[in-house]
Design a protein. Structure first.
Length: 442
């Protein structure tokens, strides 16, 4: 075991980010995120439970398929894996506390490199989670969720729990066991499964049914292990339709809900909805939130945005108030997130190379959510939005429509009713009016 090493300051020119209100000229201040401000009965901090994604913010280097790193991160310079992990964690906690967000999220390998064997990986994780525990205790920062990276290592090229080779499935199990142990040790409130390679590239070499059965068996085991070892939080599945696999089994919220129902996992698993994954699945963010909320499985959010002109997970920081306001309408009406929070699964652009850019990106994203929450709440409280939507359905509030909705009519009743109707009067959906209401309140 290496000794614990003291911290140095990485973001020297930046002090704690504070709320300064809408009119401030200070780029290092919140204009809308006032963590104690009460909106619809809860503080902003409680609504969002903002979290920093360790992988993007501490280990992202600006690489892309056409070029190497552009971002020099001083905490990644040491070649000793233990020292590097300590430096990274010092930088993480300095960043998180200066930003003033309450949570962080990690994959096992974000914390420390895995080394050359499972024994070494396990020992390294034990070491760094001891250090993390001290950091959490000293700062009050908490772990929103932990996860295992079951997609980067070459062993996972054909999948993790859905790999056709049991050796790989077993290693994936070992990795999840360690990641769950780490999450439990750090008081993690949730645990995430994102199945990046749980899918396939070609059906020609794939037994899809067998792979899906294996996925369910694996998730059951993980659930049982977690519960037996004191994990009382939520397990989340994060849907995404593609990338890196061509076909991913957790395609979208509806697909995952069907899977959870089929395999009787719906009581322990909820969903982590990511904006850019929703758009890759040809849905809107608010659609995915609504599907999850309607099935009581809206657990958490991975905040980011895609790009309108291309089709991959660009993981940009959120900027679109019109989009996030619509999402906040769903969030407020559904009663909020079940156990989760808003994790910035977003990265700087490759040419954003100053350390301070990390702050500016998060401040922008946090403010967009805060501002959109305020707007959405005003819409619900002050505009005719709810009434207008409700009125579209008022033919089901009485008479034959109500009988239908209550399940008290048969098909012949619809025939009789239709026969007596001389003509169907067209009723406008008023989409433009709804859109104008959103803009009116922005
Ligand atoms: C990738 C996913 C990933 C998960 C965590 O697209 O968003 O970052 O959130 O494994
Ligand atoms: Ni994500
Ligand atoms: Ni993603």
């Amino acid at each position: 075991m290496k000794p614990l090493i003291g911290s140095k300051e990485y973001f020297k020119n930046i002090s704690k980010i504070e709320y300064e209100g809408r009119d401030t000229d200070n780029p290092f201040a919140y204009r809308f995120y006032n963590k104690n401000k009460i909106i619809a009965g809860k503080s902003m901090q409680e609504h969002f439970k903002f979290a920093i994604a360790y992988w993007h913010s501490l280990t992202g280097l600006g690489t892309d398929p056409f070029g190497s790193s552009t971002q020099q991160l001083p905490w990644l310079e040491d070649i000793d894996p233990y020292k590097k992990a300590i430096d990274k964690m010092d930088a993480a906690f300095e960043f998180i506390t200066k930003l003033g967000v309450p949570y962080y999220c990690f994959h096992d390998v974000d914390l420390i490199e895995e080394g050359n064997s499972l024994e070494e990986f396990t020992e390294r994780l034990n070491f760094i989670t001891d250090y993390a525990k001290n950091k959490q205790d000293a700062s009050g920062v908490r772990l929103l969720w932990g996860t295992a990276n079951l997609f980067s290592h070459p062993r996972y090229m054909n999948g993790a729990s859905t790999n056709p080779d049991f050796d790989v499935v077993a290693f994936a199990g070992a990795q999840v066991k360690n990641a769950l142990d780490a999450t439990i040790k750090l008081g993690g409130e949730n645990y995430v499964f994102w199945g990046g390679r749980e899918g396939y590239m070609s059906l020609l070499n794939t037994n899809m049914k067998r792979e899906l059965d294996h996925l369910a068996t694996f998730l059951c085991m993980c659930r049982d292990y977690g519960r037996a070892n004191g994990f009382t939080g939520n397990f989340f599945i994060e849907p995404k339709p593609m990338e890196p696999s061509k076909h991913q089994y957790d395609f979208d919220a509806a697909t995952v809900i069907g899977f959870l129902q089929k395999y009787d996992l719906i009581d322990d698993f909820k969903l982590n909805i990511e904006v850019n994954h929703a758009t890759l699945a040809m849905h809107t963010f608010e659609h995915e939130l609504q599907v999850a909320a309607d099935h009581d499985v809206l657990g958490s959010i991975d905040a980011n945005r895609g790009d309108y002109q291309n089709g991959w997970d660009t993981d940009q920081f959120p900027v679109d108030i019109f989009e996030i306001t619509q999402a906040m309408l769903v969030l407020l009406q559904s009663g909020g997130l079940n156990g989760g929070g808003v994790n910035f699964d977003a990265k700087l652009r490759r040419n954003s190379t100053d350390l301070e850019d990390l702050f500016l990106a998060h401040i922008g994203g946090i403010d967009v959510f805060a501002r959109s929450l305020i707007i959405a709440n005003n819409i619900l409280e002050e505009s005719p939005y709810l009434e207008l939507r409700k009125n579209r359905y008022n033919s089901f509030d009485s008479g034959a429509g109500k009988d239908f909705e209550d399940g008290n009519s048969i098909l012949e009743d619809l025939f009789k009713y239709a026969l007596n109707k001389q003509e169907i009067k067209l009723k406008s959906g008023k989409q433009e009016l709804f859109e104008n209401i959103i803009n009116q309140f922005i």
